[in-house]
Design a protein. Structure first.
Length: 139
């Protein structure tokens, strides 16, 4: 009796594409290239393949939705998103009623980014949020 595992065969057939994607790192916020030591990279570095985020040289411990939200904001710097747009784009659900869950996740992200980078997620009053890597750090 022969067993066929479609998931395994699919992984082996796409293996070169997966390894090529693993070499690609989304880098936003300036700083040295991906070959530089991680501690020397300024700003926020998102690796979507490994699902890691590095901020100011520190590996962030993020939940699934925190990572998705940060990756979405970092991928589109200086673009302002309303809470409804973030719920639709990141949570992949139609906003129903309260959109304050976005505020809670942004507050957690800012806490995890630390005092040196928390202001990079800017609040646009009466609208929503945007990622601004050039914002000055508050003393």
């Amino acid at each position: 009796m022969s067993l066929y595992y479609p998931r395994v065969s699919r992984i082996h057939s796409t293996w070169p594409a997966v390894t090529a994607a693993a070499a690609t790192v989304l880098r936003v916020g300036g700083g040295p290239g991906p070959d530089a030591p991680r501690a020397a990279v300024a700003g926020v570095v998102i690796d979507p393949v490994r699902r890691t985020a590095v901020a100011g040289g520190r590996l962030l411990k993020l939940t699934y939705m925190e990572f998705e939200l940060l990756a979405h904001l970092v991928a589109h710097p200086l673009r302002v998103y309303s809470r409804r747009q973030l719920l639709t784009g990141v949570w992949d659900q139609e906003p129903f009623g309260d959109t304050r869950t976005v505020d809670v996740h942004v507050a957690r992200l800012r806490r995890k980014l630390g005092p040196e980078l928390r202001d990079t997620i800017a609040t646009v009053r009466q609208v929503g949020y945007c990622y601004d890597p050039g914002r000055p750090v508050r003393p």
